[in-house]
Design a protein. Sequence first.
Length: 391
Amino acid sequence: MSKVEQPPLHAEENFEIEVSDLPAMSEASGKRFSWLAWKMLVWQRYRHRRLINTLFMAIAAILAFVVMLNGIIIHDSFATLPIPPSQSGANPQSSEFEMLVQNPDRVYRGHNGAITSVAWSPDGKRLAAAGYDAMVRIWDGRSGNTLLVYSKHTNAVLAIAWSPDGTRIASVSQDGTAQVWLASSGKQLFLYRNLAGSISSVTWSPDGTRIAFGTVSGIIQVWNVVSGKHLFSFPGHATGVRSLAWSPDGTRIASTGDENAVQVSDAATGKLLLNYEYHNDVVTGIAWSPNSLYIASASFDTTVQVWNARTGARLFTYEGHTDYVYSVAWSPDGTSIASSSADGTIQVWNAFLGQKVVTFLDQSTSISWSAYGPFIAAGRSDGRVNLWVAE
């Protein structure tokens, strides 16, 4: 931030005044004017400057007080996120205003097994969840009423993803299939069967024409779901692909496996662009910032790391959890991050500073942040999905 040079505090002491500007004073007139009168004459001439100085100082004082009180970070646009103050991996400190919330705002029910994946629709009106009961269930986000149950998988559904326009859902399963179907009716539009085993993860391209899915054999495949054509495949992780995330700008695909690395690949060719290896254990979840500049990665090493998706430079490490971190999600405005852990908490923290804002007491392995509001859905091992409000 550039330094604003304040106007002089006393105009009559700092402005240079030409002698010719003042009325000529003879010895007689000097007797008639006291020193105070001369000062008043100068003040009269430059009083408007003093008023301007006073106004500037008052505005500066008000702004300083607001910034000190609220910790506001001002930036021109969301084109670039501010770099957090700590780039050395130092532990962020919890905020003194941190809240602890024990009861969810709503509970969605219907699954008979553990929830594996939850996802809000792009318009924030519907919530989908998949589970070990081989079902995908869609609820009305406001009322909690079940809108649709998709039951065309024959084994656990491991991951789901909404198309960007909210009309379709892609689901992948331990039955070895990737399926795309209409969210309104359940009509199947695309089916791929992997003879080599389970398909573990799936993600949509931002334009809604392609999906990428990863298999337990470590291969990532990209398909055009409009034409049904296979576009290309590329090697992902030798240990199998655990999670996938297409960047919001459509240029890259991030992936994780049962290892401590995150790979970032070119979405058009599959070429490896970056291999991030700063975690000390398996990376369990990844999420792009809304502007595609950063990635947040969760790990069994109990941390969440935020890093530059182009260079791999780590910005900071969040160490608020005390056990495995399973899932991570950015807020739609990019200012906050939520993470769920085996320590029985979902923690929401400032994406710029790493300061914890609120803790929800919930044992969740999958979370999703709605694109329209502070609503976090959390899937649980008992088949329930809890709704938390991050306000």
